[in-house]
Design a protein. Structure first.
Length: 197
């Protein structure tokens, strides 16, 4: 019996709404201590990783967006850049703290995969999205000269563990994002976790 591996959903309109809400609420979020900011309703928690990920992918989908949708992305980018500039010390602190926290959480998940492969298989797409956020956080930290050798080593361990459990396969999210997330860079989005053949 063949079953399709779980996938990661993508809703363009929701992504735009989330990006706009995150960028609008960035300033109060930056000077608070919490890593996860509250946006309300059915929206996810505000994090720098979530904001950077959406800004990246929606910017690369410009040719698929209406003029109004493009304006939402540009407004979000302007709000993001203003907040990052005005609250630079808070932004940088949150950035490196979230990078470490997300990498350590993903490492714990991967360690648990050894004991519970079924649960790991079902949860992998959401964990792969978290690895994508780590990638954006890492690039941002590197661009700001905040990425340490400890960060690099931690992410390297995470990637080694992902490679041990990941079976190469198809893209696990919406086909519209395939050009946004090429296999050579975002390899963890191409495959599934499961029993070896």
């Amino acid at each position: 019996m063949s079953t399709n591996p779980p996938t990661l959903a993508f809703d363009l309109e929701r992504d735009l709404r989330v990006l706009a809400a995150m960028a609008t609420n960035l300033t109060p979020y930056l000077y608070e201590d919490e890593m996860y900011g509250y946006l309300g309703g059915d929206l996810p928690r505000l994090t720098l990783g979530g904001l950077l990920m959406r800004l990246y992918r929606l910017s690369r989908l410009q040719d698929r967006l209406t003029v109004e949708q493009q304006a939402v992305v540009e407004d979000a980018r302007a709000n993001f850049e203003a907040g990052r500039s005005k609250w630079a010390v808070h932004y940088e602190s949150k950035l490196v703290n979230e990078l470490r926290s997300r990498a350590e959480a993903l490492l714990r998940f991967l360690d648990e995969c050894t004991d519970d492969l079924v649960s790991c298989t079902a949860s992998y797409p959401s964990q792969a999205e978290k690895r994508t956020m780590i990638e954006h956080l890492q690039e941002e930290a590197e661009g700001l000269n905040l990425l340490t050798e400890d960060h690099r080593a931690l992410i390297n361990v995470v990637d080694q563990k992902i490679r041990r459990v990941l079976r190469d396969g198809t893209f696990i999210t919406d086909e519209r994002l395939k050009d946004v997330y090429p296999r050579d860079k975002f390899w963890w989005l191409y495959g599934s976790v499961g029993e070896s053949k």
